[in-house]
Design a protein around this ligand. Structure first.
Ligand code: SF4
Length: 269
């Protein structure tokens, strides 16, 4: 179950665009969509983009109305209406795993997660992942809640996962904002944590190596993944073999984009 929150502290305008391009505001593809925004009625009508953040409709205010706005009870009811028998636990191998993604899922609304997660736990939820850009601290009360209730104070460490995708210079975000070893180290203290870098060129991989060095220096011990850039198959497919080889050469792991392979990154996937 993927639960996508709206809003992000980054914009990642430069994915798939020249490094030296100067972009103020949204990337040119998104500007064009905003210009024609009245043509679109619902999320699924919006075009896919080949550059910049591929979930642009979850980050720019112009698209806020396309996102559903519900209170915690209604969100949980919708999730329970989707999962089999309205339950998360189906015998350990078949348990449904909740992935909270974004946008950036650890912005201020993380304060509401204990309430939301308690409702899910009452229906058997045990496995939880946050897909984060790794720039946000957990609030102390949220951190304590996750540690106590999900990893059962460290005994079930791998039931809570932080899938951290720190943004490299190819995203257009500044290094000092995007690479935050002490924040990632704080996630690792309460749950299984890995790094996942989105790359297209050897220059990007060199940046990933520099970032990993900083994370390791801070004591981060988790695995590292490379993932090919590309929100649409024609871009993504250019990169897959080369990125897999570059990952293997470094003893890292390769991550496909399953939603591109299967659904061509359609909205809702
Ligand atoms: S951090 Fe993720 S959600 Fe936020 S702008 Fe970048 S790619 Fe999009």
């Amino acid at each position: 179950m993927f639960f996508r929150t709206y809003g992000c502290n980054f914009r990642c305008r430069k994915f798939g665009r020249p490094r030296d391009e100067i972009i103020e505001g949204p990337n040119p593809e998104v500007i064009e969509i905003i210009r024609n925004i009245d043509r679109y009625e619902k999320f699924e009508d919006l075009p896919l983009v080949t550059s910049g953040c591929d979930t642009y409709a979850s980050i720019y205010p112009e698209f806020k109305r396309f996102n559903e706005q519900d209170d915690v009870d209604a969100i949980v009811d919708k999730m329970h209406a989707i999962i089999p028998q309205g339950r998360w636990n189906h015998g350990s191998e078949d348990d449904i795993h909740l992935v909270i993604t974004g946008g950036e899922p650890l912005l201020g609304y993380q304060r509401r997660y204990p309430e939301l997660l308690e409702l899910c736990r009452s229906q058997g939820l045990r496995d939880l992942t946050f897909e984060t850009n790794g720039s946000q601290w957990l609030y102390p009360e949220v951190k304590d809640y996750l540690f106590e209730e999900f990893t059962r104070a460290g005994r079930d460490y791998d039931r809570l996962t932080f899938s951290v995708s720190p943004k490299l210079p190819c995203s257009g975000e500044a290094w000092e904002d995007a690479i935050n070893p002490t924040i990632i180290k704080s996630y690792e203290m309460i749950g299984m944590t890995y790094l996942k870098f989105v790359v297209a060129t050897r220059e990007d991989v060199a940046d990933a190596e520099r970032a990993v060095e900083e994370f390791r220096h801070a004591g981060f011990g988790g695995p590292v993944y490379l993932m090919p850039m590309g929100g649409v198959p024609q871009v993504y497919n250019l990169n897959t073999q080369e990125v897999a080889r570059l990952a293997m050469d470094r003893g890292w792991r390769y991550s496909p984009r399953l939603q591109v392979d299967i659904w061509r990154n359609a909205w809702g996937t």
